[in-house]
Design a protein around this ligand. Sequence first.
Ligand SMILES: *Cc1c(COP(=O)(O)O)cnc(C)c1O
Length: 395
Amino acid sequence: MTPCDHAPAHIRAIAPYQPGKPISELAREMGLDESAIIKLASNENPLGISPKARAAVAAGIDELALYPDGNGYALKSALAARLGVALNQLVLGNGSNDVLELAARALLAPGSSAVYAQHAFAVYPLATQATGATGIEAPAKDYGHDLAALRAALRPDTRIVFIANPNNPTGTLLDNADLYAFLKIVPADVAVVLDEAYGEFLEPAQRAPSIAWLAEFPNLIVSRTFSKAYGLAGLRVGYAVCHAAMADLINRVRQPFNVNSLALLAATAALSDDAFLAESKRVNDAGMAQLTAGFRQLGLDSIPSAGNFVCVRVGDAARVNRELLQRGIIVRPVGNYGLPEHLRVSIGLPEQNARFLVVLGEILTCHSRESGNPVRTSDQPDNLDSRVRGNDAQT
Ligand SMILES: *Cc1c(COP(=O)(O)O)cnc(C)c1O
């Protein structure tokens, strides 16, 4: 017997989260130069860090001997002003992943359950399982959340329903009126965690008025992150907005210094960098158009995505992924999400997207020659138009 054998069964049963492969790891494995590798695997911001955040981090280095502000006063004040909420409605997290886990830990226990959708973000089952609660997966509709199925899956012991909008990995987006109607029918004692990690990439008209909904729904928890559009994934900072009573509860299970001081400074600065945010969205929109046009030229279907990534159906995705890795391109296989024929590709810079499309085209051409069974139905990669090559994606 070891201590591990005595660990609770629900902990031993957890299958670890599979992150995108780091560039340094692939470089080691394949003997490649790090600079030659393209990573389109973790929905990171291809523009890097906002210049304002960079300056804030540089200025904060001298303070690193001190503990961070455990209340995150400066960041919370900036968020409160921007969102029109009170400071006591905010919970800061070590990434929004932390926020999701804190909500689970505050609200779930053995004997209760949480509901989430098929193909939804992998952290929901993980955070649920770690508490000993039961995870219930509701079937998806067209790769996205089926709100009727989620409603039907709720049980008397359900304490949380997790919704990613847009969803990762599928990129699907819910209709705001449908989402509002869902909030109306969810029992008042069930928390709805609305995960808006990709909200900044939406058109303003697409965005759910989720902060305004808080006035009507005390069971609503909106979670957001600085990892994606704000380009701060490596610093780990996210937040939840909810009712003060809920924030108070969640803050009780939070580590006192869960957000580090550089992350606090960077996020506060990034929040006011509207130019960087706008540029991130512009590059994302252009890259999404470039990739989806490229997929069409390759005769591949992709799932319409509202995020900074897109799932493309390539057939034997495990094999295509291996060959992409051999050629220095990291994307994300999503077999663990029940999508064994798709790869999730994060939107990169124009030249990264273009390179990915060329290599993908070459791989699929080889496969179809081997099998005599073309996956692709249209143009060869050498006929890619200028849009796909990224030449005019800057405009
Ligand atoms: C990336 C992501 C997050 C959180 O990322 P953090 O880096 O922990 O903030 C949360 N939800 C979804 C759906 C995501 O894709």
